[in-house]
Design a binder for this molecule. Structure first.
Ligand code: 4AZ
Length: 279
């Protein structure tokens, strides 16, 4: 698979994320009308602000890709988090059109061009039944049951919705200068439900979404290709998964925070699916 194809696939994920926003974009169009679609020339939006993930920093961080020819880097199109030895949590919009055979998971290395990447087939797939309700992109979560267990430390799920301070997000998505082979991570300020609803009138369902970003300055965010991956909060020595990269208008723009599926809201539904798979 060549670079063009990879870009097309990644854009596919982006378009899927964008659809929800587009459906209700009319109300917000004035605010964004002056923004070029590709704001890469703008320093503020060009840096999504991260650095290389280091070995062992987020062992549960995995890439989601297509099976077949080409390196993991060339086939990766979304992120995910290992939540049990053979289960990955990702975004519904990453896999809604897929069957299990269309998907593989990359774990074990932060550099997707590394020989250490472990590629694992997906045996079963569960997309949230209430995905896209009550508003577009609500309940943007899906679970992948893997064909083999991974030798990877899982991340714990948040159980209660909370107000946070700084969160961390990570993935192989667009940095503003293209797609990195080594996963990037960045700290992003938590954005309150109230501020997020004001940023995206009528598009945010605060029950199933949480927001993060530097509202005033922009410059730090997740972006296309990071979808499905984690946003986390430190809890002592551990990290807790509070959200799933989902959507936003552009990336790292002031006033347009990143929007994430709110894991605490899905926790019970996730546990139910896991119990069914164990049965
Ligand atoms: C996407 O299209 C996407 N800035 C992911 C995250 C964000 C925007 C878009 C957040 O996959």
């Amino acid at each position: 698979m060549d670079r063009t194809r990879k870009q097309a696939i990644r854009l596919g994920a982006g378009v899927a994320a964008g659809l929800g926003a587009a459906a209700i974009a009319w109300a917000g169009i004035a605010a964004n009308a002056e923004e070029p679609a590709d704001a890469k020339g703008d320093f503020e939006t060009m840096i999504i602000g991260g650095g290389d993930v280091t070995d062992g920093q987020y062992p549960w961080l995995v890439g989601l890709g297509s099976p077949g020819e080409g390196t993991p880097y060339e086939r990766q199109f979304c992120g995910g988090s290992v939540i049990a030895e053979d289960v990955v949590l990702t975004a519904a919009h990453c896999v809604e059109e897929s069957v299990a055979e269309d998907l593989v998971v990359f774990s074990g290395a932060i550099d997707l061009e590394s020989e250490d990447v472990v590629e694992t087939a997906v045996a079963d797939l569960h997309v949230a039944e209430d995905y896209n309700a009550p508003v577009a992109m609500s309940n943007d979560w899906a679970l992948l049951k893997l064909a083999e267990p991974l030798d990877v430390e899982p991340i714990a799920l948040a159980t209660e919705p909370e107000e946070y301070d700084l969160l961390e997000t990570a993935g192989w998505g667009d940095t503003g200068e293209g797609f990195p082979t080594t996963a990037q991570w960045v700290e992003v300020p938590f954005v309150s439900d109230e501020d997020c609803e004001a940023a995206y009138p009528d598009e945010v369902d605060a029950q199933t979404m949480l927001c993060a970003g530097d509202l005033e300055n922009g410059g730090v965010d997740s972006c296309q290709g990071d979808s499905g991956g984690p946003i986390m909060t430190p809890a002592g020595e551990e990290q807790v998964l509070v959200g799933i990269v989902s959507w936003g208008y552009g990336c790292a723009e002031a006033g347009n925070p990143g929007v994430y599926g709110e894991v605490a809201d899905f926790n019970d539904a996730i546990e139910e699916v896991l119990a069914g798979w164990e049965g």
